[in-house]
Design a protein around this ligand. Sequence first.
Ligand code: ADP
Ligand code: MG
Length: 694
Amino acid sequence: MNISEIFGEMVFNETVMKERLPEETYKALKDTIRVGSALDEDVAGIVATAMKDWAIEKGATHYTHWFQPLTGITAEKHDSFISPKTNGTAIMDFSAKELIKGEPDASSFPSGGLRVTFEARGYTAWDPTSYAFIKDETLCIPTVFCSYSGEALDKKTPLLRSMQLIDREALRVLKLFGHNDVKHINANAGAEQEYFLVAKELFDLRKDLIFCSRTLFGAKPPKGQELDDHYFGALQPDVKLFMRDLDNELWRLGVYAKTEHKEAAPGQYELAPVYSGVNTATDHNQLTMEIMKKVALRHGFVCLLHEKPFAGLNGSGKHNNWSLSTDTGKNLFSPGSSPQSNTLFLLFLCAVIKGVDEYQDLLRASIASAGNDLRLGAQEAPPSIVSIFLGDDLEGVLTSIEAKEDYEAGTMRTLESGVNVLPHVRLDNTDRNRTSPFAFTGNKFEFRMPGSSHSIADANTVINTIVAESLRIFADELENAQDINSAAYRLIRKTVREHKRILYSGNNYSEEWVKEAERRGLSNRPTTVDALESLILEKNVELLTRHGIYTQRELQSRYEISLESYSKLIRIEANTMLEMTRKEIFPAVLSYEKLLSETINSKKLACAASTAPEEDLLKRIAEKNTELYSACIRLKEAITEASKIKNNLKLAQFCRDSIILIMNEVRSSADALEELTAKDFWPFPTYEDLLFNF
Ligand code: ADP
Ligand code: MG
């Protein structure tokens, strides 16, 4: 197969635009895409017609505004191109208005009170900076989703706002260093997507997987991932076929699917794309998750995107690789070869350090969810504490700047003196610390906290904003400086002095780090409920509203929605547990108990051998069963109690402090019973079946 022939064939991309649009229109559209200038309706009309003709040739019959509401997944509402004629026939039509604006009946999407009922119909607006594409015979038009008063009801609008912000502030700094050729700065992201595959026929037998996308029960199998024999292992033929098929679909949609390999846990895999602008990267990651699920089904698998489908095994994350680059092709986090670009590099590096330190809690909040709570801090993923890993070389450079000393170069490192005592940095492979939540990896930062099911929009919105805020402060200061290089040097020193507490190169999974971080005064918000509070803390609200990323109402609504979905999710899990226990586990255990007692009785009648083993087993099962029964009663009561709590925060706290704890008790008794019960009696597939037998 020739990849270049199929790549992007379902995308209304620059090549297609150039081919199909009059030159004027193409230029106007390109300006909008590149520079963000407004598009007038005449131009949009021509684009709409060209898009429709192209889509129909590709077999499309419908179109949809494709948007990303606060549910975290994408939404679409299909309309056909059909337009009736007075003579009873129909033509295929698509107008500028239909391209530019949509009014999905969106009253059921979460809005956190932003929409009152009489104005419930939020509207979608075309985002020409992300290419339209065809999926399932439908022309998908990427859009933002807002209320009538213009408040964002989606994840894309704030992201686009943050892209404009970082473009503006980074450009100010660049201009000060004489880079007048640069017109735009792009924030880029490459999202490494982890996931599990399980056999569809086994998935269908587990209510927890069906309703919660994770297992709520499951005793530890004799073998887990302790041998590390899955990581990067050879792919089973059926998985390989799935991946080929997946690549194919993604390539046709213009997604640069690049690397695929097995991950640490059995049944766990990863797909990494080539990075792109954060807007496209966000859309593409959403598409990737959707297509993964769809293609998996074709191959007899179900793709699990949950952050922690299996207890005792690694969970799945989504490493968000982030960088800034100029429209002239320069990566601003690449140390570069000239001392001048090196000053710039260190300044941008410091902007990240300052931003991450000052807004640790916002970063933590941007990746908060019930699923991710199970993963963060589980000795396999970064803890809830945010810190930055720079690598020894770079940390050494910064320390020496702070101490005003020359950096002592090791044998592997080359450090030359630059302008105004700034050392020249050459980096070999810096990434030796896989435990860091925010690691500098040579020419980009890898934010490792996002969960596998998350949209990367929230995290990138926060990263863009907090780095832009540092750059704004830097630019303010440098614009008034007499000597820009020494002013930059002073800024770098000051930043290191004030924010070095956020730098950590040790083992982030260790107990000592938790204590050390506390000593350093770093924020540690272990659960989603604690983390979300950051969204409404004054310092964060001030930052985000001042830069127009969110309004106060948008933040408040997001806070409420996130708390609400946390509590809903926990309660769905709790109810699923009860259902599985009542309808499956108890009956199964009962049958096994019956067999045991019958065996004991018949043995006794035959007055043959001792019945001690059966009696002992029966006793142990009965004990665990009593435990399970009592935990279930308490869980049921807690669910009833929860239903009486009206306040979102109180309810979420109750879920965290009561329901989850009782759920853990239910699970532990049930898992003990699984170990005591004969395999034939156990009512659903075990971890062994799910992870090793397909
Ligand atoms: P890893 O060691 O984490 O596997 P890779 O070099 O394979 O590192 O990159 C992982 C991801 O980072 C890929 O999605 C890649 O496209 C992305 N990436 C690479 N360079 C950049 C960059 N400059 N900006 C953003 N993402 C990048
Ligand atoms: Mg990585």
